[in-house]
Design a binder for this molecule. Structure first.
Ligand code: ZN
Length: 524
């Protein structure tokens, strides 16, 4: 902890003493003082996995700037405020965060905030779907605790993932709030920048807090795999947001949250929020978006064909074009699965088609197992390895899977996986990692010596394919496999979400979708 504080002090010192020599530093003490803080993760309460503090790869003090290309020293935004970054941490999705990890990161943030206040603004950079063991609505809790330190004069601009959840408490303590408008999230950085630009604008113009914040809970809970903005109805629904929100007199921002489907809390449902100074426009805009969302609820469907693993394989074998991609969706680590469910890999290795080395080539990404990685490293490239892998965290669906084959490659240094090995079992190239890692890009494969474009079948623990994989696929199916992020929500044991909700209660009456005005931060 001590070195962190020293780091920040050193940086403040540079700011106050060095601005005249550097065009990249703020040149006036009248610039607004803006803190930056936030934690981002989506964590499933249906997974036995737990997330600890290291998973957040927390950045401290000036390191925080590196998380934002628009905050680089040469960037115009950087010069418009005295930035006081505290801690920003972002974890891969996973299981619920331990209470200890959460408290540690929150308390470090609060300590840092206490040290460098007062603040004109705070940029609160969160995902919004964090689950913490034994604590509801962690982001709402986090911001309420931040408010106790910074008070209510500070303008808070919150930016989120559209798969986050917006509790009333989070809405009240945020003055500006927004989320992504694209899934996959190609506009993530643009959204964060918009949140910062809007904050600066409100501070510099003296307009301060927007006068109105409309919040509408929409009783819909759908998986991200059904709500891509690349296809209808998500595409048209989200396309309206920008023209309704940006550069429109009286409106500051508008956003639609799909919410997070794999946590069982009352706050998990869709939400629409609009902020601005024109009460009628704020209300109308929010109600229009909420009603439009409700009206298309029956049209949401999976973005790709879906089926059992059995059906997925028969489609893959029948396909004339390759590579044929199969999403192993139930244990998708980027949605919050443990990542070490062995069910699918066990089924694949049992298939006669893949028993021989010259069978159809299949790449399997991936299964974490530090012990098997160790064995593979001891055997070396070209050596034989025999051991079990996976199911250390989530063994509910299948026990550890036996991998007996040749070590094809060993690569060290990945930030998430740390060490990755490829073991060839029959005609299957199995990627085994020391720690969990998502495989989203072509280079994630090629750096291991694998050639996904030349493979017959590529099976990835993922939901919808990320852009590079999508561009590569010549056929794709989402296998509805078991795991902590089972896509078949009806199979999950929800107990605490608010009912009725679509699609769990299909025939529910039309809900009240009128705008609820959230009191300004600090008001009752
Ligand atoms: Zn998301």
């Amino acid at each position: 902890m001590k070195h962190i504080i020293l780091g920040i002090s050193a940086w403040i010192f540079t700011l106050s003493c060095g601005f005249s020599q550097s065009a990249t530093q703020p040149a006036s003490t009248t610039l607004p003082r803006i803190a930056i803080a936030g934690l981002g993760i989506e964590s499933s309460t249906f997974s036995p996995a737990k997330t600890t503090e290291e998973a957040f790869h927390a950045r401290y003090g000036p390191e925080v700037f590196n998380a934002y290309p628009f905050m680089m020293p040469v960037s115009p935004l950087r010069k418009q405020a005295m930035w006081l970054p505290t801690i920003v941490g972002k974890s891969l999705p996973g299981g619920a965060v331990t209470r200890e990890a959460y408290e540690s990161l929150v308390n470090k943030t609060l300590d840092s905030l206490k040290k460098y206040g007062p603040y004109d603004g705070l940029y609160f950079d969160i995902h919004g779907a964090m689950s913490v063991v034994g604590l509801d609505d962690p982001e709402g809790d986090f911001l309420a605790r931040i408010r106790k330190v910074i008070g209510y004069k500070t303008l808070v601009s919150t930016s989120m993932d559209l798969h986050g959840n917006v509790s009333w408490r989070l809405a009240q303590n945020s003055d500006l709030i927004t989320c992504y408008r694209m899934a996959p999230h190609e506009d993530a950085m643009q959204t964060k920048e918009r949140a910062v630009v809007n904050l600066l604008d409100r501070l510099k113009s003296g307009k301060g807090k927007p006068a109105y914040k409309a919040w509408i809970p929409v009783p819909i809970l759908l998986p991200g795999e059904k709500t891509s903005t690349r296809i209808e109805p998500g595409k048209s629904l989200y396309k309206q947001v920008e023209p309704l929100a940006d550069h429109r007199e009286g409106i500051v921002d508008a956003a639609i949250w799909i919410g997070y489907a794999w946590a069982d809390e009352p706050r998990n449902h869709a939400v629409v929020m609009v902020t601005g100074d024109d009460k009628a426009k704020v209300t109308e805009t929010a109600e229009k978006l909420a009603l439009d969302f409700w009206n298309v609820r029956n049209q949401f469907d999976f973005v790709a064909p879906t089926g059992t693993l059995e059906k997925s394989l028969s489609d893959a074998f029948a396909s004339k074009k390759h590579p044929f991609f199969i999403s192993d969706t139930g244990d998708n680590p980027t949605a919050g699965g443990a990542g070490d469910v062995t069910w699918t890999l066990t089924q694949l290795l049992a298939r006669p088609e893949f028993k021989k080395a010259d069978g159809p080539s299949l790449i399997y990404a991936s299964i974490p197992d530090p012990e098997l990685v160790k064995k593979a490293m001891a055997a070396g490239v070209g050596g034989q390895v025999d051991g079990v892998a996976g199911a250390r965290v989530d063994s509910r669906f299948a026990p550890p899977v036996r991998l007996k084959g040749t070590v094809e490659s060993i690569v060290k240094g990945d930030k998430d996986a740390e060490v990755e090995v490829v073991v060839k079992v029959g005609s299957v190239h199995v990627i085994v990692t020391q720690k969990r890692k998502p495989y989203h890009k072509e280079i994630d494969f090629t750096r291991l010596g694998l050639k996904p474009r030349e493979a017959d079948i590529v099976v990835v623990k993922i939901g919808y394919l990320e852009p590079e994989l999508y561009a590569m696929q010549q056929g794709w199916i989402m296998a509805l496999t078991p795991g902590g992020v089972n896509q078949d929500l009806a199979r999950l044991p929800f107990k605490r979400i608010k009912r009725p909700i679509f699609p769990f209660d299909k025939d529910m009456a039309t809900p009240n979708l009128s705008a609820q005005m959230v009191p300004l931060s600090g008001e009752k």
